[in-house]
Design a binder for this molecule. Sequence first.
Ligand code: NA7
Length: 539
Amino acid sequence: MTQDVVKEVDVAVIGTGFGGIYSLYKFGVEMGLSVQGFDDAGGVGGTWYWNRYPGARSDTEVTAYCYSFDKDLFRDWKWSMRYPDHWEIRDYLNTVADKYDLKKLVKFNTRIVAMEWDDDLSRWTLTTDAGEKYRAQFVVEGVGLLSATNFPKIQGQDSFKGELYHTARWPHEPVDLTGKRIAVIGTGSSGVQVVGAVAPVAAETYVFQRRPQFIVPAANRPIDEEHRQWILDNWEEYWHSVLWSVTAFGFPESPVAAVDATPEEREAVFDDAWKQGNGFRFMFATFGDIGVNPDSNKIATDYLERKMREIVTDQAIADKLVPDEYWARRPLCSDGYLEMFNRDNVHLIDVNETPVVEITEKGIRTTAGEIELDVIVLATGFDGVSGQYLKIDQTGQHGRRLSQHWADRPKTTLGLMVSGFPNMFMVYGPMGPFTNQPPAHEAQVNWMADVVKFVRDNNLEYLVPNDESEANWMVTCDDIAYQTLFMKVNSWINGSNVEGKPVTNYFYMGGMGAYMDIILDIRDRGFPGFESGRALAPA
Ligand code: NA7
């Protein structure tokens, strides 16, 4: 080991969210390899370490938003609600990390800023923000799909004398919003949750909306104990059904096309889904073609518009709250967001009508005048999917830089590995499945573990996808994605929310089950399309 390397390990794990924690467990505990984790946060949780804004909670049903690798954990851990809040999710992830004593493997408050592959040694050298170097044979990047913040540059932002927060970098100490004048910029999942939580206590709430979203009720409620027990009693079958579904959300998806149903059938199905709550359920469990067939999409949005207009009393406000585009963004759900607009002290500012001119010392000036504020909340989202990877300066074989390799758009094989970057794995990387994440994380990390076993069992030192297999995977992903409506509507899903970012396809949209078949087939056939070898120089 050269002197400037602090430590050499089998596997380095960057990030300690759902994917990173499972990676630490898989490689460090189950496989008994030497592991070093890193996280720039002060504790585990990943995106849930940072997302502490009022109202922050999962809007995915928790019985599929958890780990499946430990049945005892599922039995012993009592989720309070169908959608746990950020405190409860962090508590859960801390409990898992403590149960397997994983925190001792992690250097917290430490960001990996660069990684370089050494062909002679067949090893990665990782450099931290403190300038320390670590060496690892394999690297797992569990850096998060929605983790790098999208911080808008609004003129005058620094002059504001009040409090200004981004939802995904919310202070850890309590922020008292009672009786304050608050602006919320952004109406995605985060903005909708913030508004629902702060409007009831604020003096005035100003919601700055650029494009509205379709909203389905969340119907949050205590955990259904019967369903939880059913899962325990049918453990293998349940998780198999999750992984071999389209979206991995744990509910049965509908194979029926909305266009093939009668108006009465549609109404009954939609009414039931509206009552049950959950955006993903409404989109995927009602009918099977809402995301792909424009006519079916319109059938769904007509219903949603009708229901949204029933909630909002003032139809002039409802006009602004109902989108005029396909329902093909990440589906939202909320209990109470729309209802807030029936309050006198909640104001909808359509920035298309009255654009923001600047942030001033006292508040926000739009073309209609200055609004005085105590607090500005930026609920402006993330540089999703690829943003977090590109924050690390990564150099692979023959000096290939990730930033250059991805200059036109992010390219991967299976959303898991990148050509020219041996032994480097991405948990839920670009061109990975478009699904609920925790089950997909586990499946992907299990596949990575199979790669590690393959390399070791065959007396090799590295495995890397070749350019051809990467190009083929990109074609496969694009062929599918461009048949969906998700590519027709701008959002973080196609990169359009961040200025200068490639607007393109970032996902494999063929469904989780099909994805499982593909990755397991490649594994079972000994990784065709990948190259492998040994170090050029003896270790
Ligand atoms: P999203 O879903 O990307 O939403 C961000 C919101 O911020 C969205 O309404 C944007 O408007 C709005 N936005 C962004 N920049 C601006 C500026 N400069 N001015 C006005 N409005 C702006 O992020 P979230 O954090 O809510 O959710 C991200 C994901 O996290 C979510 O999908 C879940 O998977 C969890 P737009 O609609 O783009 O016009």
